[in-house]
Design a protein around this ligand. Structure first.
Ligand SMILES: Nc1nc2c(ncn2[C@@H]2O[C@H](COP(=O)(O)OP(=O)(O)OP(=O)(O)O)[C@@H](O)[C@H]2O)c(=O)[nH]1
Ligand SMILES: [Mg+2]
Ligand SMILES: [Zn+2]
Length: 301
């Protein structure tokens, strides 16, 4: 008899499963699924799986079709990495300072979410730190202008934690963002007492120390599912055609049909509606720059 469950954590080849009957179990995986080269076939957190075998030695027999996926391209020739499956929302966490936010990194993460079918939200954390008001206002304007909800938070001062709790208690979310931005700390603010490791920020670099080393899904007492992931900086797009990159930038959408050339890449063509929109201040030049970078990366790969 087969049973269904959801993968909540993968550690050293052991899969922690929340079975649909409410119980927890560990499972191993069949060789065929383990050695697959296609990232679409690698079993990751969030995956719905069919299991077989006795309770004390369950095996994952099959991975069901995904409703969303977070896949980033491998850097330096490494294989693409699936980070999470079937989650509804991508919450990009950056710090207003320590570490300083980089909009190109945020843009790439949001694009990964768009590509995988997750709804993007931007959290600007550490608003308690001195001299960050201008940065917070700037990022808020930038990402609200692009169509994303933006929530300033402070795990220290409590700002925005109630709103974040409301967000995370609904449906399922995956938190991504640079190491040290405060992803794990925020989850613990939402549910105090949760056993979750928090790191320090390096005095020297202002960056984090990669405290969270493996992704896992936490079921909050309020019912929400939240995946905490290790911080990562580079996040290339995987498996996208260069001509589709513009569809990952929601604020460009209104202009996409209006370029002179039907196959316009919005980079070097004349009479480009997207470039006109940038000129007219309707698309932020930083977002456009990120678009150009991702477009070029997709063309190379
Ligand atoms: N001042 C301030 N510090 C914070 C805030 N949130 C988190 N921190 C601190 O930032 C450091 C890093 O927090 P973590 O929660 O470990 O960061 P992370 O994003 O999970 O990092 P990785 O697991 O390495 O990806 C810790 O020292 C936290 O106490 C905040 O709102 N304000
Ligand atoms: Mg962490
Ligand atoms: Zn164009």
């Amino acid at each position: 008899m087969s049973r269904l469950g959801t993968v909540h954590q993968v550690l050293g080849g052991v899969y922690q499963i929340h079975l649909d009957d409410g119980s927890l179990a560990e499972a191993s995986i069949r060789g065929r699924l383990k050695h697959t080269a296609d990232p679409e076939d690698r079993v990751v957190i969030g995956d719905r799986v069919r299991l077989a075998g006795p309770d004390d030695s369950l095996t994952i027999e099959e991975c069901l079709e995904r409703t969303s996926r977070l896949i980033r391209a491998g850097s330096g020739g490494r294989a693409p990495k699936v980070m999470a499956a079937n989650l509804e929302r991508l919450v990009v966490v950056v710090a207003a300072a320590r570490p300083d936010p980089h909009t190109d990194v945020v843009d790439r993460m949001l694009a990964l979410g768009e590509l995988g079918g997750l709804a993007g939200v931007v959290i600007i954390n550490k608003t308690d730190l001195p001299d960050t008001a201008a940065t917070v206002a700037d990022l808020k304007e930038l990402y609200e202008g692009a169509g994303y909800p933006v929530m300033p938070t402070s795990a220290e001062g409590g700002q925005g934690i109630e709103a974040l709790r409301e967000l995370l208690c609904r449906g399922s979310s995956v938190l991504v963002g640079p190491s040290g931005a405060g992803k794990s700390t925020l989850i613990r603010q939402v549910q105090p007492g949760l056993a979750i490791r928090i790191g320090e920020v390096s005095e020297r670099t202002g960056g984090g120390r990669h405290t969270t080393v493996s992704s896992r899904i936490i079921r909050l007492e309020c019912g929400g599912l939240v995946a905490d992931t290790p911080g990562f900086g580079e996040a290339g797009l995987w498996g996208i055609d260069p001509s589709e990159v513009d569809s990952l930038f929601p604020e460009m959408e209104p202009f996409l049909g209006a370029c002179h050339f039907r196959e316009c890449t919005h980079v070097h063509e004349p009479n480009c509606a997207v470039k006109d929109a940038v000129e007219a201040g309707r698309v932020d030049p930083r977002r456009y720059r990120s678009y150009v970078d991702l477009q070029a990366a997709a063309t190379e790969s």
